[in-house]
Write a protein that binds this ligand. Structure first.
Ligand SMILES: NC(=O)c1ccc[n+]([C@@H]2O[C@H](COP(=O)([O-])OP(=O)(O)OC[C@H]3O[C@@H](n4cnc5c(N)ncnc54)[C@H](OP(=O)(O)O)[C@@H]3O)[C@@H](O)[C@H]2O)c1
Length: 240
């Protein structure tokens, strides 16, 4: 297929990353599915039986920059059309039993530091590291799965670690859009909605299928004009 593309998806073993992988494979593209634990990936294994050469499972811990560099070395000859920085953490799980660690007065600074490492430094390090492969791609897109919780204007959740990690990620997306404009790379921050995944422990209202179908549409639409914006899965603009 001549319009076949290569996607690199992080956190591909469960939740939104797994659903991204399923839907991208479903329309015939290739997925480099990055997971930190490649021994406990039953659903991905099943998918790889169905999509033999199109699904390549690779190891990646985004908290470990050597692991990012090792993956880059492994994929050095691969052109990447779209990189989806999806892997992320809300903090220690179950979330509702650990919220005090993110609340003013009882903040656990080790937790904050871990969340920043995963949600902020990891995706930015991925952008720095995979720049050359993305420059060679046809689409030249870097996607960052953020959250409305990171919006200063629109959200007031008091989870210091998670909220600030996504706010800082959003600022990084705006910086990257500006820095990478001359290299024709488009960058987007997205909120998937409140989706039923491990992260939410049951309170969410949206199925992963709907969220991902919507986000893939926004990724498809992303162009130079919309680069550096922050949108919901359904295309609504979110205020920074
Ligand atoms: N679900 C929602 O309602 C919602 C809303 C707003 C934003 N988001 C964002 O959407 C993204 C995906 O979340 P989700 O809902 O799918 O949550 P999830 O089911 O908890 O999945 C998180 C994924 O990230 C991976 N991950 C975490 N730390 C990692 C690391 N250091 N290295 C590599 N992979 C790592 C996890 O791997 P393991 O399985 O090995 O832990 C897992 O694959 C996150 O960025 C999250 O902040 C989700």
């Amino acid at each position: 297929m001549s319009d076949q593309k290569n996607y690199l998806v992080t956190g591909a073993n469960r939740g939104l990353g797994l659903e991204f992988t399923k839907q991208i494979l479903g329309v015939g593209h290739n997925v480099y599915a990055a997971c930190r634990n490649i021994t406990d990936i039953d659903e991905l294994q099943l998918l790889s039986e169905e999509h033999q050469e199109k699904l390549i499972v690779v190891k990646l811990d985004i908290n470990n920059h050597d692991s990012i560099l090792e993956l880059n070395e492994l994929l050095k000859d691969i052109v990447i059309d779209v990189m989806i920085n999806n892997a992320g953490t809300i903090g220690p799980l179950p979330y509702f039993e650990n919220t005090h660690k993110q609340h003013f007065g009882s903040i656990d600074y080790d937790v904050w530091s871990d969340v920043l490492k995963t949600n902020l430094y990891g995706p930015v390090k991925m952008a720095e590291t995979f720049l050359e492969q993305i420059k060679k791609g046809h689409d030249k897109k870097m996607i960052f799965i953020s959250s409305v919780v990171g919006s200063i204007a629109d959200d007031h959740q008091r989870a210091f670690a998670y909220a600030t990690s996504k706010t800082a990620l959003n600022k990084s997306v705006a910086l990257l859009a500006d820095i990478l404009k001359d290299q024709e790379i488009k960058v987007l921050a997205m909120c998937p909605g409140y989706v039923k995944t491990r992260m939410n422990g049951g309170g969410a209202n949206l199925e992963p299928e709907e969220s991902i179908a919507g986000m893939l549409k926004q990724i498809e639409r992303l162009d130079h004009e919309s680069s550096g914006t922050f949108v919901r899965y359904n295309g609504e603009k979110i205020n920074w």
